[in-house]
Ligand binder design. Structure first.
Ligand code: ZN
Length: 284
């Protein structure tokens, strides 16, 4: 009787062991990604972020940019994005996909470092925070150019070709459109004595909502407002044409360098933008 009882227990343990092993194998195999999307979720909440590659022609090893790396807090999340940058333009989505949906872009010019630092800091700050809507952040728009610390690639300014399909800046505006983003800021830095050569918010006079957004950021940061030039292929202009209200946020900083405070001012632009959109308030 006792022998039979023990044998029964052994049998039950064996069967449940096989069952658990089977489950483990099944759950592992269903995790293998069939798309370039990477989903992460905390135990307590619905998915908190998703990283995707929106353009696989722009990849680069941005760890080669040592000044940038020295000024970024490489949390596990940022390390994941840095690694993804090797495959192309990384985009992180924070929030559950609800509206409003807004987008922050940095690094269209790879040698402009303050916006890329501020975007990384913002990602770290927002990770796990309550978001009333959805925030898309593209911290390194063209990793290849960030890796080599350049603003111009093949004699082409990436922010003058956003109207050409297949080009990185165009893909960004198309992604914003397809994700139903309604507001977008594109963050840059400008070297002294260049155009614009100062801290400023650049709006599109053809879109009154662009002026309104610029005015709000101006009010919160004291950076003056100026009108965008009549260039074709500017990402923010392309967005405004596609019904995505947009401004360019500039800080003064030499190319491939970090003017003290310039990354912090960019961060303030980003926070003001999120406040304007109503998706995040800094003190929640
Ligand atoms: Zn720029």
């Amino acid at each position: 009787m006792r022998k039979g009882f023990l044998a029964g227990i052994v049998l039950v343990l064996l069967v449940s062991g096989i069952f658990l092993l089977g489950n483990f194998i099944i759950s592992r195999s269903t995790e293998s990604p069939t798309t370039p999307l990477i989903n992460k979720s905390l135990a307590l909440a619905s998915p908190v972020y998703k990283i995707s590659i929106i353009d696989n022609s722009t990849g680069g090893d941005i760890t080669n940019n040592t000044l940038l790396m020295d000024n970024i807090n490489k949390t596990p999340l940022i390390s994941e994005i840095i690694q993804a940058s090797g495959n192309g333009t990384p985009m992180i989505r924070l929030g559950n996909g609800s509206h409003p949906r807004v987008m922050i872009v940095a690094g269209v010019h790879g040698a402009e470092l303050p916006p890329q630092i501020a975007a990384s800091n913002l990602i770290n700050h927002l990770n796990g925070k309550k978001i009333n809507g959805t925030i898309y952040i593209i911290p390194f728009a063209i990793p290849r150019d960030t890796a080599t610390n350049t603003r111009i690639h093949n004699n082409t300014d990436p922010n003058r070709v956003a109207n050409i399909p297949g080009i990185a800046a165009n893909t960004i505006s198309q992604t914003a459109k397809s994700e139903k983003v309604t507001l977008l800021i594109d963050c840059h830095s400008t070297k002294p004595h260049d155009i614009p050569g100062k801290n400023c918010i650049i709006y599109d006079p053809k879109n009154p909502k662009s002026f309104k957004l610029a005015f709000y950021i101006n009010n919160n940061t004291k950076s003056p407002m100026i009108k965008v030039g009549n260039h074709s292929g500017v990402l923010s202009t392309e967005c405004n044409r596609n019904n995505i209200t947009s401004v360019i946020c500039e800080v003064l900083s030499p190319h491939s360098k970090i003017q003290p405070g310039s990354d912090k001012l960019t961060y303030q632009y980003m926070i003001a933008f999120l406040n304007y959109a109503g998706v995040y308030s800094y003190d929640n």
